[in-house]
Unconditional design. Sequence first.
Length: 508
Amino acid sequence: MILLVLTWTIIVLVGLFVVKSLTHQFLIIKNVHRLPGPPSQNLLNGNIGPLYGSPESLFKTVRQWGLDYYPIYQNWVAHVAVANIMNPYDFETILSSSKHISKSQVYDMLHGWLGTGLLTSTGSKWQNRRKILTPSFHFNILQEFIKIFHEETERLVEVLKKECDKPFIDVTGYVSDFALNTIGETAMGTSFSEETANGKRYKDAIHQIGNLYSYRLLRPWFLNKYVYFFSPRYYTERKLVNVLHEFTTEVVAKREKNFKAIKQDASEDFVYSKRKRLAMLDLLLTAKKEDGSIDDEGIREEVDTFMFEGHDTTSAAICYALMLIACHPDVQERIVEEMHQVLAGSTKPDYRTLQELKYLERCLKEVLRLFPSVPFIARVLGEDMTTYSGHHLKAGTMIHLHIYDLHRNPDIYPDPEKFDPDRFLPENCQNRHNFAYVPFSAGPRNCIGQKFAMLEIKAVLCGVLAEFVLEPVDTPESLELKTELVLRSSGGVRVKFVPRKRNRQSDI
Ligand code: HEM
């Protein structure tokens, strides 16, 4: 009898739970459906039929929807509904709140490789990791990294010198290598430039897995892991993840061995030491050793997260910066002139002089406005929200925040396609909405690596511009952009590099 009552109680409780969840899901979808948006087709396609084209046409369609339905619109397919926002007011409500910090289903596909590291985790796990990792970006550490930026820049310049007789160079591959070498050395203390067999396998796997994620992102049905399981690509991904994890695990284990030895004979500031320069991994190992706040798996998650988030993003920004500088000779001349004044002949700025390159900084800000490396981010609302347009959205609603479209809003940035670094003069930013410019996101889940990225990009541009005059090949109009996790151009990014010594007038 007791068993029967217990069974029925459980059935009723489970039933109530299911009904409650379904009702909530129904309300989420109902409210999203009230938003304006493209016309619906059928249950299977919802209103996202036009997205099933090439990545390039998808990119264009999403831009058009952003214009047609500003400031907010909805997409839906089957039981999934997404609110898309492009206006600074809703960006502020979501990004500034500690209630809306959970990432959406889109990020789940990264779990196989990154687990739930800083980028993909939420709640107390995310808070704890953020606390451990924030000191990795202390300026004492960043200034040590600048040496690595210069070393890798020299390598890049050597490669460009060998290729510069050609009518143009597609910079994407070379710059990606530069960025991967740089983050490998700073996050793990591993030099990929030496091209060991394992390092090469690891680098190849990173490039290949990036392609797989792009493929999956464009096929929403594969975002469901059970459906993806039936795709041959699932098994390719498993193999790549094994290569990536094996490598990281080995690097962490080696470092841990050395770390113990170093700690015994090291001074207080071992983390900043020139010789050991392994700040990110060292901090994680310290946390493991001192208070057990992170374990081996957690350390691997974070190292993998930095490798992922810290290379493709900076690489994209550097490529678009080279292209835009090439397209604007007046801007190029001004940057070189500023380098001349601030660096007084040196091609290797230090932490202080990098901060003084104010015009270069404005140029980079403008590059990231026009070509934000991360064109959109996605969240799940942690509590109900009323949007700028007066719509009510329920907790649990999936939100896509389109940084790319926010940055091209003509009401905020008149003549938005124009490359104009002076938009970032202090007097021109004064009246701009605080959330109108968010290439690194904003609020509690902003990019932890933004200072690192700005220093790295400035350093590499100084090194390249000291050696070459850039001439335009691709222009913003000639690029075919496509939707991926990072903003990419289908045909690469082509620039002509002319050695400066052949161009005496603009010599530094
Ligand atoms: C131009 C370069 C970069 C851009 C434009 C950029 C942009 C962003 C954006 C938009 C986010 C928010 C992602 C989201 O909410 O889903 C983010 C987060 C993050 N970025 Fe970056 N990033 C750059 C470079 C870097 C670098 C160099 C590193 C590491 C060294 C890095 C590490 C991270 C991490 C770990 C997060 C997650 C932070 C958290 O959730 O607490 N990023 N980045």
